[in-house]
Design a protein around this ligand. Structure first.
Ligand code: DC
Length: 217
């Protein structure tokens, strides 16, 4: 079984994807990691993220193992990591270079400890449109920019990061703009995606709704 969950930053995709993967015993692929890995690799090697050809070269050399290793760096999930990922993810050549790795995961899905899984929950921006257009169930999760900024701000505070709510909101708005206006795979729901607005719902309510939909499928 393949489930895809797409939507803008901090809409609750990751929380839902992890909960569904646990509940249905499926592997989980957070596809934002491939772009975060390229951005961080470039930053660590002092490469200019605004040069598409350099980003493409880094993307071509990225392996799943290298991505997992880079994900242990504290910068990977930080504000700069998110910004760099958003910039490199807008390059068509970078997206093309990283597509196969994302698609191959569904051929042999694995849990994080290496055990084989019967399917996968993907989360990202284009997993239902480009990565797995034939997925069994597709969700598009969204929420207002203010609600998403509040959620991300709280996450950063919990990590001890010194950042204001306004900075987080501006960053969310800038990322929405970049993610939805880029020429390569702009953020939009697949025609057959189920759209869930989580602005007024708790994580538990979103999970319950998604399970209801999957169980009736
Ligand atoms: O979900 P995230 O914040 O980890 O994603 C980081 C960036 O990667 C974000 O700006 C959008 C981009 N991304 C993408 O373009 N396509 C995906 N499937 C996943 C993420």
């Amino acid at each position: 079984m393949i489930i895809t969950i797409d939507g803008p930053a901090s809409a609750g995709k990751g929380t839902l994807a992890a909960a569904l993967a646990g509940h249905y015993n499926l592997a989980y692929f957070d596809t934002g990691m491939v772009y975060r890995a390229v951005g961080l690799d470039m930053m660590l090697n002092r490469l200019d993220i605004y040069q598409e050809n350099l980003a493409e070269e880094v993307a071509r050399k990225l392996t799943f193992e290298k991505m997992m290793s880079l994900s242990r760096n504290p910068e990977f999930r930080g504000p700069q990591g998110g910004k760099n990922a958003s910039v490199v993810s807008a390059y068509p050549s970078v997206r093309a270079a990283l597509l196969k790795m994302q698609q191959d995961f569904a051929l042999e899905p694995k849990f994080s400890d290496g055990r084989p899984a019967a399917g996968v929950v993907y989360d990202g921006r284009d997993t239902g449109t480009v990565v797995c257009p034939d997925a069994d169930i597709k969700f598009f999760i969204t929420a207002s920019p203010e609600v998403r900024a509040e959620r991300r701000y709280k996450e950063f505070l919990a990590k001890g990061l010194n950042i204001s709510y306004d900075e987080v909101l501006q960053d969310i708005l800038a990322r929405d703009e970049r993610d939805s206006t880029r020429s390569a795979a702009p953020l939009k729901p697949a025609p057959d995606a189920l759209i869930l607005d989580t602005s007024l719902l708790s994580a538990a309510e979103v999970f319950a709704k998604a399970c209801e939909i999957i169980d009736s499928h």
